[in-house]
Design a protein around this ligand. Sequence first.
Ligand SMILES: [Zn+2]
Length: 124
Amino acid sequence: MATTGGGTGRVVDGAVSAGGWHDAEDLKWEARHWAARMGVTIGQIHVRLMRSKWASMSRGRRLTLNAELLDLPRALGEYVIVHELVHVLAPNHGKVFTSFLSAYLPDWRERDAALRAIESDGCR
Ligand SMILES: [Zn+2]
């Protein structure tokens, strides 16, 4: 499912830029990338403005990401994506959850803190 239309190479795992995202497609692409990397199957991905959270995953594994993430550093959007994907593996914020997060994003606590500094409302 190559939907990127042969654009110039995005560097996987790397900071394409230190700034934010190019557009919603960029954010979705990152989510797809992480899902594949984590072996998590997800459905559609939507990007829209959400009032009280950064992202949500429906039962049908439809991932919705807050469009406000587009204005934030990539590292934060990436954290939100990985956080939601880990919920497929571990529904609650327990030890299993945090060990998965630590495996994929060793510095997730810093990212979490940065996000919380922006808005106090985290996931759920
Ligand atoms: Zn959560």
